[in-house]
Ligand binder design. Sequence first.
Ligand code: MTE
Ligand code: MO
Length: 298
Amino acid sequence: MKLKWSDVTPQADYLNRRAFLAAGMAALATPALGLEGRPSAFSTDEALNSLEDIAHYNNFYEFGTGKSDPSQHAGGLKTSPWSVTIDGMVDRPGSYGVEDLAPDAALEERIYRLRCVEGWSMVIPWLGVPLAGVLDKAGVQPGAKFVSFQTLHDPEQMPGQRRPILDWPYREGLRLDEAMNPLAILATGLYGRVLPNQNGAPIRLVVPWKYGFKSIKSVVRISLTDSQPECSWQMAQPSEYGFYANVNPQVDHPRWSQATERRIGGGLFGGRQDTLMFNGYGEQVARLYAGMDLAKHY
Ligand SMILES: Nc1nc2c(c(=O)[nH]1)N[C@H]1C(S)=C(S)[C@@H](COP(=O)(O)O)O[C@H]1N2
Ligand SMILES: [Mo]
């Protein structure tokens, strides 16, 4: 049975209340979006992670490298007003407000697995819009082959950027056909609420068949190009993090196996489970890589 978030609302409400009651949860006091009954595509019958897990076990190096740093330090990020520059090989370059790119009325629910390259995973009920629709709005020109994304660069607000952990701003990229795949979304919410800052508010990419680091947070710029864009993790450690970063249990990280993963909050066997090719989304995306050597193009 495919569960929609709206089908499990009583439990989610409970989790929300519990989250509010717990100490230091002010950052979760995001407004509800009132989206009951929204269609939910590509869903899963796996148990959802709790809002508590999703909003307190994070990677967002702009706010520190510890898993609990983002929930402790991202609360003050000013997420409104926020605009995203769309430029490069598009017919209508410009600065687009988040409310224009992803109006609340257009949000779709997507319950996706998220598999971090470090070997843990979650199931997250996102709210967002297909990236393809956003790119269509800007009018992609025929010569464009790639899409690059940038996170806000503001060391005042993002203290992690005062240290040379990565070559800031955080940058990521996709091939254009990957970006146009219906699974790729720009998310502005989760669990029926506005995105918590630590999860990449106000707008972040979600590409569920790739390792989590491709799903760049707090995006301020989307550029269409004809050459493969620079990506922060690939630049930092090219032998460990490739451009494609498709989830692949057969291609190990040089320092650890990728065959299994630890489901955060998972009880049985400590949450250890097999990692799936393309994170279980092969039906939707395998054809994008037909004929490619996935060990070489990791
Ligand atoms: N700007 C930015 N985006 C980022 C990261 C980051 O450090 N900075 N971490 C990435 C990694 S490694 C993962 S696993 C996911 C985690 O998303 P979540 O905290 O919402 O679960 O965000 C990705 N997007
Ligand atoms: Mo990650």
